[in-house]
Design a protein around this ligand. Structure first.
Ligand code: PBG
Length: 325
């Protein structure tokens, strides 16, 4: 008789074939969304120094990237526009000839049925002060005046053909306001992705470079305090009640508890955004030889899906999708 444990979990780890068969979490390419930046007034794609491998596209280079994304079998793209001129109210966001709306029309045509074309519905890329809304005379971000701008922006994006509006501004009541405006104008099938839980995060750092943002101050009066878990669930539930079709948790990796909380109770799809800083940290560590790049990317995305995300926005969407083949 030999001495030893009766129960041996290692039995399920003995071979690659066994490990593959008992894997609890699988990611499919269709669960991945690629965020893309399109910049006005450039004639060639511009690298983003803090996000190696990511570029600001021209509308023409965006077409090529869309063909590539469709070929990789990912689920969709999320478009961000970078206008030539920014002003206090973010006029470029509601101009039908504004860069994001122009890019959306081209993307919808190029993508056909292969990809879901989504747009960022927020003012920060378009305002000269860099905030996600408009300011009142005392310099504070005016919630209800911002909602009026979001309504106009929603109509412009829906008219351009966006299929899913990503409401990332964190103004109170934004989902209800945008749903009301869309319905009143006949855009019954334009869907809303509510960034229910969005935290005031240092991990958005590289994104500010990506959209040439000149943010004055910070976003702590509208984005959430990183310490607040219960509030993340509350915000997500408010988006559901207001008619969001999908709800988002953002950033992803530092907020997997919030993601798991929302996924446990939500009856609509729950997505997560692996943000710019999450991307750049792994790229930078890998470039230094401190981390195995491919394994780190895989583990980060597996973790986000394991925590409950039905889909993930990630700058590695196309590359990662190819590895899943
Ligand atoms: C707001 C918005 C931001 C990001 C996506 N939408 C910036 C912010 O809230 O400061 C960040 C995405 C990223 O860091 O990858 N329009």
């Amino acid at each position: 008789m030999t001495l030893g444990p009766d129960i041996r979990p290692r039995r399920l780890r003995t071979t690659p074939a066994m490990r593959r068969m008992v894997s609890e979490t699988r990611v499919h390419p269709s669960q991945l969304v690629l965020p893309m930046f399109v910049r006005e007034g450039i004639d060639a794609p511009q690298p983003i120094s803090s996000m190696p491998g990511v570029v600001q596209h021209t509308t023409e280079s965006m077409r090529g990237a869309i063909v590539e994304a469709a070929g990789a079998g990912i689920g969709g793209i999320m478009l961000f526009g970078i206008p030539l001129l920014k002003d206090a109210v973010g006029s470029g966001a509601t101009d039908e000839n504004g860069i994001l709306n122009v890019a959306t029309r081209i993307a919808v045509e190029e993508a056909g049925d292969a990809l879901l074309v989504q747009t960022d519905l927020c003012l920060d890329e378009f305002t000269d002060h860099g905030h996600c809304g408009v300011l009142s005379s005392d310099g504070r971000v005016d919630n209800d005046a911002s909602l009026e701008r979001y309504r106009e922006m929603a109509l412009a994006q829906a008219a351009a053909g966006s299929q899913l509006l990503g409401l990332s501004g964190m103004m109170d009541g934004q989902v209800a306001a945008v749903r009301d405006e869309l319905d009143a104008n006949g855009y019954l099938d334009t869907a809303i992705l509510g960034y229910g839980a969005k935290y005031a995060s240092a991990f958005y750092g590289p994104f500010r470079d990506a959209v040439d943002s000149s943010l004055q101050g910070d976003r702590r009066t509208y984005q959430q305090d990183p310490g607040n878990r219960r509030e993340g669930l509350r915000e997500a539930m408010l988006d559901c009640e207001q008619g969001a079709d999908i709800v988002m948790v953002k950033p992803a990796m530092s907020y997997l508890d919030v993601l798991a909380d929302v996924a446990a109770v939500s009856d609509i799809p729950v997505w997560a955004y692996q943000v710019s800083g999450e991307y750049s940290m792994i790229e930078a560590a890998a470039a230094n030889g401190w981390i195995d790049r491919e394994r780190a990317i895989d583990e980060s995305l597996i973790s986000i899906v394991r925590a409950g995300a039905d889909a993930v926005l990630t700058y590695w969407a196309v590359e990662y999708a190819r590895t899943l083949r």
